[in-house]
Design a binder for this molecule. Structure first.
Ligand SMILES: NC(=O)c1ccc[n+]([C@@H]2O[C@H](COP(=O)([O-])OP(=O)(O)OC[C@H]3O[C@@H](n4cnc5c(N)ncnc54)[C@H](OP(=O)(O)O)[C@@H]3O)[C@@H](O)[C@H]2O)c1
Length: 173
């Protein structure tokens, strides 16, 4: 049987668990942007409708899918889907080996139960509130990679880029 695409959540998160303070990302970190560009190049992506609209104009060789509850929403680029399961099905039918969940909060929360991998940039900054990254059980995940970067002239906050893999068997779509 053909397996479904591997589902990876990719996010940058503050120390207190937030991804945004309402509009855009709340930091300017060229190192994290380069990491995001490198990992997602040429890939199938799933974005919540708000994040998709913020990122319009950014897509190049990507295959964006847009998560929305609006059956009439027609994206300029890519295709609208109503669930993570539908996104996996659409990407899988096109031969995708992976699907990257690029936020925001709603898309991460919907995808977390099915996620196989987390690629998290832990930003050394406390925001005190905002749009949350969903809770996840540390015990469900194995830390597969970890790289720390100090703040520098271009990147005002230190960060750790970490990869986690789900410990139990992959949840079927
Ligand atoms: N730090 C990071 O790594 C990171 C990454 C991505 C985004 N962000 C930031 O996060 C913020 C946006 O996050 P957000 O949570 O407000 O918005 P979002 O998840 O990008 O988009 C919300 C919209 O997605 C659709 N949606 C969400 N959950 C759904 C579900 N379960 N089923 C069907 N449709 C669903 C709905 O669209 P409709 O209203 O069309 O029905 C909803 O209004 C922005 O500021 C963005 O810059 C940060």
């Amino acid at each position: 049987m053909k397996s479904r695409p591997t589902l990876t959540l990719i996010a940058a998160i503050s120390k207190d668990g937030f991804i945004s303070q309402g509009q855009g990302v709340p930091w300017n970190l060229p190192r994290d942007k380069a990491h995001f560009r490198r990992v997602t190049a040429g890939q199938w992506l799933l974005l919540g409708r708000r994040t998709y609209e913020e990122m319009l104009g950014w897509f190049r060789d990507h295959h964006p899918l847009v998560l929305t509850r609006d059956p009439n929403f027609v994206p300029f680029v890519g295709k609208a889907v109503s669930s993570v399961g539908e996104a996996l099905q659409v990407a899988g039918e096109q031969g995708a080996r992976g699907l990257f969940i690029c936020g925001g909060s709603g898309a991460y929360a919907a995808a977390m139960p099915l996620a196989d991998r987390l690629l998290l940039t832990h930003v050394d900054l406390v925001l005190g509130g905002g749009v949350p990254f969903p809770d996840f059980q540390a015990g469900d995940w194995h830390q597969a990679g970890w790289e720390a970067f100090p703040a520098d002239v271009e990147n005002p906050h230190a960060m750790v880029i970490a990869a986690y893999e789900r410990l139990r068997d992959r949840v079927p779509a």
